[in-house]
Design a binder for this molecule. Structure first.
Ligand code: ZN
Length: 176
């Protein structure tokens, strides 16, 4: 609807309209505002923005575009791939997030609700920023692992992924 208002012939473009169109709807993507902090690696922030707007070329989108016919998650091979599945429901991604949560000493509920984790009530503002940084790094690495699997045909064990996320997060924290 808003997209239509911005780009339809005769409608007047404004920076505010453009911004609103680009900005993910926080009601639908409750975790996204926490990703808007300067501690996060810019390429990780950009990936989170694409996830929030569901703009990555996931298999469900490629099927709709008739680029491919079949949709099976590269990481688990059990369900169809879409943004929500890939980052929040896939057993592979959940395992990676679980390992990272253990490292951060965060009690992740069985539901694995990422929203709950980021809004952890005992977290200080600083800790929330660090957790958001680590989560953004995790999402980036999950997308990278998914692409590696698509191209190279193999996927790293979640333990290796967890280690890689940990190393990259520490590297970033040392830069700050
Ligand atoms: Zn999966």
């Amino acid at each position: 609807m808003l997209k239509h208002l911005i780009f339809s012939p005769g409608s007047e473009y404004s920076i505010k309209r453009g911004y609103l169109w680009l900005k993910p709807d926080s009601d639908n993507v409750p975790w996204y505002p926490l990703m808007l902090n300067k501690w996060i690696v810019p390429k990780h922030s950009f990936l989170c923005w694409l996830v929030a707007r569901e703009r990555l070329l996931t298999q469900d989108r490629l099927v709709k575009m008739t680029v491919i016919q079949e949709n099976v998650c590269y990481l688990c091979g059990l369900q169809e791939e879409n943004h929500h599945h890939l980052f929040f429901e896939c057993i592979y991604s959940k395992k990676c997030i679980q390992l990272v949560a253990e490292w951060c000493k965060v009690d992740l509920p069985r539901t694995g609700c990422i929203h709950w984790w980021v809004n952890w009530r005992h977290s200080s503002a600083c800790r929330k920023k660090i957790i958001a940084l680590i989560l953004a790094c995790s999402m980036y690495q999950i997308w990278h692992a998914r692409n590696m699997c698509r191209i190279e045909g193999y996927v790293l064990r979640p333990e290796r992924m967890g280690m890689s996320i940990k190393q990259e997060s520490i590297r970033r924290l040392k830069q700050l």
